[in-house]
Design a protein around this ligand. Structure first.
Ligand SMILES: NC(=O)c1ccc[n+]([C@@H]2O[C@H](COP(=O)([O-])OP(=O)(O)OC[C@H]3O[C@@H](n4cnc5c(N)ncnc54)[C@H](O)[C@@H]3O)[C@@H](O)[C@H]2O)c1
Ligand SMILES: O=C(O)C1=N[C@H](C(=O)O)CCC1
Length: 250
């Protein structure tokens, strides 16, 4: 059986370097390119890459995906910074290349995907819900892509269930004291030396609270999801948002 020809973009970064090792170690994959900032994207074509693992920066990801989709190279994307406008642009590019697949995964770790799912399930049963994400101080952005997605899923679940707005009588004396507002869900971002990637979803009702916490302790936690996404994206044309679509979760 021929091996899947895979390239990594952002290969010298924190997660990219780990992804290079994971692809090299996968029996069914061949690492054909490992590109960093300033390297020529044409190398992807020259090396015959079938799929790219995109782990760069919010400033670089759109240019990289434009190139990949135009050349019919499938992509698995962990890079953050996704807005409705960016997703619409990517969808339009994919419409022009209907056999190409792109997976965007706000988080590749199974525990984080399950955190999102559990939070979505619990959201309608509790009056209050807030998200706290905690990351290493080198992280590019806030709130994290995972926290943004978690809050969006919670808000959508509450809207579907007709849940009342959260109780909150607080008058803030300082901007930001109550976190960022993502679709009505407060999201708080901590940046702390020693951490990697962590999230708590705090839910509260009369007389009880529920805390759903996930900790990524090493970048290896993201690798099974990256490899699964890479295997699946090559046979899944169009845009897939969230690794849960490639997991048998129900
Ligand atoms: N989805 C997930 O599970 C997951 C997990 C970890 C990190 N991330 C995200 O991945 C991204 C990278 O995170 P990181 O901690 O590795 O950051 P990092 O800064 O350590 O690495 C990014 C790398 O990309 C390189 N780069 C920038 N522009 C490039 C380009 N045009 N072509 C090739 N390389 C380019 C940089 O030089 C750097 O080496 C962030 O958006 C982060 O939030 C996602
Ligand atoms: O370390 C990072 O940066 C991470 N980014 C993703 C996010 O923003 O949610 C996933 C977790 C790690």
């Amino acid at each position: 059986m021929s091996k899947l020809r895979v390239a990594v973009l952002g290969a010298k970064g924190r997660i990219g370097a780990e992804a290079v090792r994971a692809v090299e170690a996968a029996d069914d994959m061949e690492l054909v390119a490992a590109l960093g900032r300033g390297d020529r994207l044409e190398t992807l074509v020259d090396s015959g890459a079938q799929a790219v693992v995109e782990l760069t920066t919010p400033a670089s990801v759109m240019g990289n995906l434009d190139f990949c989709v135009r050349h019919g190279i499938h992509a698995v994307v962990g890079t953050t910074g996704w807005t409705d406008e960016r997703l619409a642009r990517l969808t339009a590019w994919l419409d022009g290349s209907p056999e190409t697949g792109v997976l965007i995964a706000p988080n590749f770790s199974i525990g984080a995907v399950l955190t999102m799912r559990f939070a979505e399930q619990a959201a309608r049963y509790f009056e209050s819900v807030e998200v706290v994400e905690l990351h290493h101080p080198g992280k590019a952005d806030a709130p994290s892509g995972t926290a943004t997605r978690t809050a969006q899923l919670i808000a959508a679940a509450r809207a579907r269930a007709g849940t009342a707005p959260q109780p909150d009588a607080t008058v803030t004396a300082l901007d930001g004291a109550r976190g960022a507002d993502v679709d009505g869900i407060p999201v708080h971002s901590v940046r702390l030396r020693g951490l990697l990637a962590h999230q708590e979803v705090l839910l509260g009702a009369e007389g009880e609270t529920l805390t759903i916490r996930h900790d990524s302790l090493h970048h290896s936690s993201f690798m099974p999801g990256i490899l699964l996404g890479t295997r699946r994206v090559v046979t899944t044309p169009g845009l897939t948002f969230g690794l849960e679509h490639f997991l048998d979760l129900n």
